[in-house]
Design a protein around this ligand. Sequence first.
Ligand SMILES: *Cc1c(COP(=O)(O)O)cnc(C)c1O
Length: 373
Amino acid sequence: MAWAEIDLAAIAHNTQEVKRWIGAKTELAAVVKANAYGHGLVPVSRAVLRAGADRLAVVSVSEAMTLRRGGIQGRILLMGFSLAEDAPAIVHYGLTPTVNSQALAAALSDAALAQGRVAPVHLKVDTGMGRFGLLTEEVVPFAKELVRRPGLRLEGFWTHFATAEEADKSFTRQQLAVYQQVLADLHGAGIHVPVRHAANSGATLDLPETHLDLVRCGILLYGLYPSPELNRPVDLRPVLTLKARVGRVRTLPGGASVSYGRTYVTPGPTPVALVPIGYGDGYHRCLSNRGMVLVQGQRASILGRVCMDQFVVDVSGISAVHEGDEVVIIGAQGDDRISAEEVAVWGQTANYEVITSLTSRVPRVYLGADQAG
Ligand SMILES: *Cc1c(COP(=O)(O)O)cnc(C)c1O
């Protein structure tokens, strides 16, 4: 059995650090999409709000509904694409959608009138991501039509950066300039937007001029940096530790093949231990013959393929390994630490994917709730 320990006191600390860095004039929207990057949507949301996050940000209506049903109040920004058919639920749950079509705007207006509410909405301009959001020339005509609709209040205007986690900030600066120009065009058309936002974690660290009225930070709250290329003006604490208990321990004879496909064959007698976590838990199969774990504070290499539920590690040179011993897959043990970044390098991916991949089979154990504020 594998489990993840989530340090809520560390999440609170990281939230306060980001708040300190952005200053009192800028809001922090804590990005808790994708099950709070694998850490658990509702407990993490509660912790970041208590620690001073001003609002939450998710992608889908269903994520926001899970938050409301979990008793989370406060503002929730929807950063994703919503459909007109979602409008009644968006208004009912008091969400703040990003409006991407007049069909959605019309449906939100109808729902707001029907429910006797005013729905705050945000607009997004695509300045270089090429996913969704209005094209630059569409923004002013779109906004003019939107502000005429009853029941809606244009609260925010935002964009998203494509390369903020890279050392070279030239494209990010270019995106910001395009965004500022469209904002000026909106002002020129007599449309004023109170909440302007653009920065993700990378831009929040490296480009204070992108902070505007609000920053949308995810990865920093989980104690990780978007990439090794950025400034580190905030003190972050790691939040997630992934652990399991040693299963069977034994010595395989020389010439024994390990796991599916026989991709590893022991060169001689080899002491091995079974670690009960696999790709069914979100520990990717591409870590076969590449990954390492900590046993007794020492590194043990994965032999052969990672299976759905388990893999085998080489424990040669590690004394007294017993069934039931704690194995650390991500995090510290003894004097050593395996970071999400290191696992990402082995798996040729990003730390974001390593943590977000953990599946619902892995129980999340919350620590530090009493110190989380
Ligand atoms: C996920 C996401 C973020 C947060 O990104 P981090 O790099 O984790 O801070 C911000 N904005 C949008 C639109 C996102 O989709």
